[in-house]
Design a protein around this ligand. Structure first.
Ligand SMILES: *[C@@H]1O[C@H](CO)[C@@H](O)[C@H](O)[C@H]1NC(C)=O
Ligand SMILES: *[C@@H]1O[C@H](CO)[C@@H](O)[C@H](O)[C@H]1NC(C)=O
Ligand SMILES: *[C@@H]1O[C@H](CO)[C@@H](O)[C@H](O)[C@H]1NC(C)=O
Ligand SMILES: *[C@@H]1O[C@H](CO)[C@@H](O)[C@H](O)[C@H]1NC(C)=O
Ligand SMILES: CC(=O)N[C@H]1CO[C@H](CO)[C@@H](O)[C@@H]1O
Length: 444
């Protein structure tokens, strides 16, 4: 279609979709719906210009003409990578998470006494950032709104500490988590969400860890595999777990941490042959590769890998593709933990109307679970995502301590793909393509 005759029906469909989306957006009072509709209409328009009319996509972001002291990256409005823009941070200000200052992307002053300022050297890109850019991340919309500076993971050097702060001093190399605001050269972070970078870990490596690791630790805790020392309960022996996408960001951490939390056997599932060895290196006892196999075939291998028994825990971020079967492969008393719906997010880089329809179709096919059956089976289904962080400061503090201890003992840090701040569009496209290996980290 790129080279030539425009298909009339396509134009009419696109025009109508965009017009309907814009009109609903204008009359809608629901922020989330509104943003999603804006995202749909913007991405449909971008797709139309690029794929149908053959116009080049602008490759943002370029440096702003007048740079301030420091820079941050913001998403102007829901849409494609063309919405990413570099902005100057006013002198003395920082970007910040929404738990520090709600509905603002920059922090000038705060009543909070625990804010440490960090000159950021690296931050990581997570799939959630793509969801924010597409207008699909509810807590970003509710707590910040657009424009928004996304970003959860940072590392860098402490540039100022609040009075009385004993944990850090100016010049300390630290890493940590922020609830948005991480795509920046200077971030204000509560001390509780920061730790010193353990010896032997690079700043880029440290910036790749918090979001995926804290997600993995929380998943294990709610699955009944609390890190040793966090629970006084005596746990049964011979317990096995299944990790989908075992070579992924969270998956790779789940595999390593499950062993540390007392799992006897870890079965990992991967999509490609070249990832099998990597997962064995992480500690999987059995790795099942889906490549070239039917669903029934690879599930059979999973069963054999667990000697026909059910799993005490299954960790699944695939979405409709596997949720139901994952549940069916739980042991009595087992728990299925869902922390995302990746296979059914769109993977095409220019979001076209077809991928939006596919997402909708995926949502419609999401299985439902019968509470009474869950009681009778004693099986559980649990879901969560990073948005719970805000008021759970004690819990997060403990998770961070556990993680820091494990990093000191030596965990495998994912392979890092480094990009510059001006290449963030490329970084987003890579993570969205589903073809990236390891973590994507941006150096500032
Ligand atoms: C996480 O929660 C936010 C709402 O705060 C939601 O918009 C987002 O889609 C959730 N992510 C996943 C993977 O469920
Ligand atoms: C942080 O960045 C500012 C501005 O670039 C610089 O003046 C300051 O020395 C840096 N602080 C540290 C501890 O590196
Ligand atoms: C653990 O499970 C395996 C396989 O089912 C079994 O052979 C073994 O005896 C079990 N060990 C314990 C301590 O229950
Ligand atoms: C956290 O607490 C604040 C203040 O009580 C409240 O407004 C906010 O909704 C809470 N956030 C969550 C995610 O529960
Ligand atoms: C609607 C949709 O996108 N469904 C897809 C969900 O993921 C599975 C596995 O990748 C696909 O087979 C479905 O087509």
């Amino acid at each position: 279609m790129r080279n030539g005759h425009l298909d009339r029906t396509v134009i009419v469909t696109v025009g109508t979709t965009a017009a309907v989306a814009i009109s609903i957006a204008l009359i809608s009072t629901d922020d989330v719906l509104k943003n999603q509709l804006i995202a749909v209409s913007q991405t449909v328009t971008a797709w139309f210009k690029h794929d149908i009319l053959g116009r080049p996509i602008p490759s943002p972001p370029s440096k702003p003409p007048q740079t301030g002291d420091k820079l941050a990256l913001e998403i102007v409005s829901p849409g494609g990578v063309e919405q990413l823009r570099l902005i100057p941070v006013p002198p003395g200000a920082t970007t910040t998470g929404y738990n520090v200052a709600r509905r603002t992307k920059l922090l000038f002053s705060t009543s909070r006494k625990d804010i440490v300022k960090v000159n950021v050297s690296h931050f990581s890109v997570n799939f959630a950032d793509i969801c924010i850019r597409q207008g699909l991340y509810e807590s970003a919309i509710r707590n910040v709104g657009y424009p928004i500076v996304p970003g959860f993971d940072i590392s860098g050097v402490v540039s100022s500490v609040p009075p009385g702060c004993k944990d850090f001093k100016v010049g300390d190399e630290v890493y940590g988590a922020t609830l948005f605001g991480g795509y920046s050269q200077v971030v204000g972070v509560p001390a509780n969400q920061l730790r010193k970078i353990p010896k032997g870990v690079t700043p880029a490596g440290a910036a790749s860890l918090p979001a995926v690791s804290l997600t993995a630790i929380h998943a294990l805790v709610i699955a009944g595999f609390p890190p040793l020392g966090m629970s006084k309960m005596k746990l049964g022996t011979n317990r096995t777990v299944l990790v989908h996408s075992a070579s992924g960001g969270v998956g790779g951490m789940l595999v390593q941490f499950a062993k540390k939390c007392g799992a006897e056997r870890v079965v990992g599932v991967v999509g490609r042959k070249e990832k099998v060895e990597y997962c064995k290196g992480l500690g999987c006892d059995v790795v099942v590769c889906k490549e070239g196999k039917s669903k029934a075939e690879w599930w059979k291998e999973v069963e054999e890998g667990n000697e026909g028994r059910g799993f005490q825990a299954v960790f699944d971020a695939n979405g409709v593709e596997t949720i139901k079967s994952s549940y069916d492969h739980l042991d009595m008393t087992g728990r299925l933990v869902v922390y995302g719906f990746h296979t059914n997010m769109t993977h095409s880089t220019s979001l076209n109307p077809i991928s939006w329809l596919k997402m909708l179709w995926g949502a419609m096919r999401m299985p439902s679970f019968d509470a009474m059956m869950m009681c009778l089976d004693s099986r559980g289904l649990l879901g969560f995502n990073l948005s719970f962080f805000e008021n759970e400061t004690d819990l997060i503090g403990q998770y961070f301590d556990v993680l820091n201890g494990w990093i000191e003992e030596g965990i495998k840090i994912p392979k890092i793909n480094l990009f510059d701040m001006t290449e963030v569009g490329k970084a987003h496209e890579l993570i969205q393509s589903g073809k990236s290996k390891g973590k994507i980290v941006i150096r500032t």
